[in-house]
Design a protein around this ligand. Sequence first.
Ligand SMILES: Cc1cc2nc3c(=O)[nH]c(=O)nc-3n(C[C@H](O)[C@H](O)[C@H](O)COP(=O)(O)OP(=O)(O)OC[C@H]3O[C@@H](n4cnc5c(N)ncnc54)[C@H](O)[C@@H]3O)c2cc1C
Length: 286
Amino acid sequence: MATQIREREVIVADVVRETKDSTTLYLSEDENNPEYKAGQFLTVDPHQFPALERWCLYLEKEKGRKEPVRAYSLASAPHEKYVSFTIKEDPYYPDEDPYPPLLSPLLTFRIPVGTKMTVKGYTGSYIVNDEIASKATTIFHGCAGSGIVPNFSIIKDELHNGSSKKHILIFTNKTWNDIIYREELHSLKKKYPDKLTIIHMITRENNPDLEQFGVRWGRPTIELLQEVIEDPSTTAAFICGPGISSYEKKAAKKKGLELVPKFLETMLKYVDEIGIPKEMIKKESW
Ligand SMILES: Cc1cc2nc3c(=O)[nH]c(=O)nc-3n(C[C@H](O)[C@H](O)[C@H](O)COP(=O)(O)OP(=O)(O)OC[C@H]3O[C@@H](n4cnc5c(N)ncnc54)[C@H](O)[C@@H]3O)c2cc1C
């Protein structure tokens, strides 16, 4: 089934607050069967929202270019009734960021049920392709923060479709309450105990009571990956989380500064070093 990329008029059928700064929007489309693959994304043009009209004009004047569309990974899996996506509000640090974020605050906090919007999709190569489908016996998911979104879709899809692959999720968040889809992941683990392993890495909290839920403290290490991935040669890796942005690359180049690896760069180095074949590694970052 070929994925068709086109504009789609949708209505927000449900709005679910996931954490203090993230929200899932469930979209109802005229056609009941919007074709997409787990892990793909849609785009949203900020110009369509009257509340952002003046912000777009102002930021475009300041930046000297048109505000582009923003991409959002699909949180839903193709078998689910509604297409959904999850937005995490981008923070704004006036001393570091040149501009406040445009679209994510609106999508996170100010979209009521019934809102009509236009999205474009669906596309993206962060998917279980034929090679991974045929060669991998295990899929390792290395996610941080909202980086869980496309992997959540892939995990749900794979488990629903009766795939024999095992899934190992190492999910990094600042605190227990920052974990998006925490309850849904827990339910999936209960339903598929032999197929899904979840390790939560928590970096800014230390509460031993949480260890019963598979919580470990700090950031993932290469030793942890070696511990949980039995045979890297038959494992695929889907890594999604914060990486060095193009703005940061440009700024560092201008100042002659060396860039410090972020979550994405670190995890990609680990999966390469433990021997996961390059063609079985997928990455997504924002
Ligand atoms: C494939 C893909 C999938 C994604 N999936 C998700 C998802 O599932 N959930 C999610 O929450 N997000 C996702 N994103 C990120 C999303 O597309 C947006 O980038 C995010 O919501 C921030 O958008 P914004 O309009 O709020 O912020 P923006 O207005 O884009 O600003 C973000 C930051 O960039 C800086 N900035 C903007 N313009 C400039 C400039 N010209 N020069 C220097 N700095 C600048 C700002 O200061 C700010 O700090 C995804 C991105 C991609 C590419």
